[in-house]
Design a protein around this ligand. Sequence first.
Ligand code: 3PG
Length: 306
Amino acid sequence: MKVLIATEKPFAKEAVAGIKEVLDQAGFETVLLEKYTDKQQLLDAVATADAAILRSDIFDKEVLDAGKQLKIVVRAGAGYDNIDLAAATANNICAMNTPGQNANAVAELAFGLAVYAIRNFYNGTSGTELAGKKLGIHAYGNVGRNVARIAKGFNMDVYAFDPFLSAEAIEKEGVKAVGSVEELYSTCQFVSVNIPATAETKNSINYALLSKMPQKAVIINTARKEVINEAEMVKVLAERTDMKYVTDIMPGNHAEMAEKFEGRYFSTPKKMGAQTAEANTNAGIAAAKQIVDFIKNGNDRFRVNK
Ligand code: 3PG
């Protein structure tokens, strides 16, 4: 069994070693394709692989069709919007993710971004604090839960909205549940965006929602750029000069935002929320174990395609 690790953005070295150890023990071979610059390199590498571990690497129809021996692909991470699920199913390939494994790393970065924003991007001027402020978590999944846990340590007043969870499930964790996304944005000065990119959520964070936010609003995005309506984000930031946007996913209109909103807008150059040794190790080893368990025992617990 040949398992390809296809990571344009490589894992930490110790994570790769941990993955290899799991695969060695199972008698599987590890093939490493890191920092590839050309899609053809990925197409060539998947051609002889039985399984693949990927991150934000694009596994579209062309890649999945080229993986003639592929039985399983595992996204070492949460969001699987980079895998063409229909093409995986059509090719009889099981697609999985590793939910929760990198959630703490992403949540910690959300606070790194929040503090950076309210300390005026560390420019030496007087800023503000998180303590006592209202934080809205959109939505309350694995990352959202970690954001809530850390927010309590900052003494924030924590709110959440999740269309798939009951108010009771949220409130039993000491977080205030609100009844709608509009209520979340109109109540909270800080909003942490933690929703997946799906057909329903794409472009859903728009002018109507953002313009409802209280004064000195800060939007922290560690999810996906696609969930933001970028043109409307520009419109609201232009009108609301009190508002800031900090993101770990560079928007399509980064140059425009950087130019127009200096001091109120920041993007990391490359998505780095899950880019820690711990998150890489947790997600990478989970992916390797899921592959072994699927190949040897048919366990498809974390399957995300039908
Ligand atoms: C995820 O969906 O797990 C995060 O966005 C992390 O993505 P990455 O593995 O490409 O850093």
